[in-house]
Design a protein. Structure first.
Ligand SMILES: [Zn+2]
Length: 254
């Protein structure tokens, strides 16, 4: 694991945070970024900061348990960054953002794992979506860990994205590519609905060829599924029992 120059990392982190805000990949105080400085050191954004106005001295250094080393208080979402560093020695930077189009596309029922445009495979593979967890709680890191082990881009439903990279530039490029793709997909869905020509995802065989062309391995069978299982419908069991009881009380049809 290579060591990273802290002074350069501080400057790069502030610049990337500004890019995220300027490009509208989150509101001013949204999200958090980190860079791995060494085997047990992480440089990260402080709690609740304006991403467009960060200064190098504002950043916080912690160890891999999240304990600050020196001044400052890290973001309450640091656990998801630490989960990535724990399970992925190849990861040198993590960005958590609130990209509006990807979040909205998913809220409206769009599946971000479906491949509609080929360049997404070259940028990062496919988007995986983890189960919902309450933001800022310790369970976020725990829930995300198996996904971060397998995927470079993970969405948290009703919340935002996590993108991993060997460095900050790569993590940012993946975030930017995902949001751009969500914009293309959402526009295609809207236009397709208007013209009666809904867009179709790229066929499975061609997705396999794209992975090969990008020299990227497909996620293994041991990885969690890219789309979360359908959420249980509240009260469904009770309603089912009532429906069966009502049918029984009516007797079998003649
Ligand atoms: Zn967040």
């Amino acid at each position: 694991m290579r060591r990273v120059d802290e002074r350069q990392a501080r400057a790069a982190l502030c610049e990337t945070a500004r890019d995220i805000w300027v490009r509208g990949l989150g509101a001013a105080a949204d999200g958090n970024l980190s860079v791995r400085l060494g085997p047990n050191r992480v440089l990260t954004t402080p709690s609740g900061c304006h991403k467009g106005r960060l200064r190098a001295p504002d950043l916080v250094v912690t160890d891999l348990s999240g304990a600050p080393v020196g001044a400052g208080r890290p973001s309450s979402e640091l656990s998801l960054h630490l989960a990535a560093y724990r399970v992925r020695p190849d990861v040198g930077a993590v960005i958590h953002a609130h990209p509006p189009m990807a979040t909205a596309y998913q809220l409206a029922g769009g599946k971000l794992s479906e491949v509609y445009v080929s360049e997404v495979i070259f940028a990062f593979g496919q988007v995986a979506t983890a189960p919902y967890t309450t933001p800022t709680t310790a369970s976020v890191g725990e829930t995300l860990e198996p996904y971060l082990r397998c995927y470079d881009v993970v969405m948290m439903p009703r919340h935002g994205s996590v993108t991993l990279g060997a460095d900050l530039d790569q993590a940012f490029v993946r975030l930017d590519a995902m949001e751009h793709t969500a914009r293309v997909c959402a526009t295609a869905q809207l236009l397709g609905a208007q013209f009666g020509t809904p867009p179709q995802p790229i066929a499975e065989g061609e997705v396999t060829r794209l992975y090969a062309a990008a020299s990227l391995e497909r996620p293994s069978a041991s990885c969690p599924p890219m789309e979360p299982l359908a959420a249980p419908i509240e009260g469904a069991d009770e309603r089912l029992v009532q429906a069966v009881m009502a049918a029984l009380s009516r007797g079998s049809p003649a």
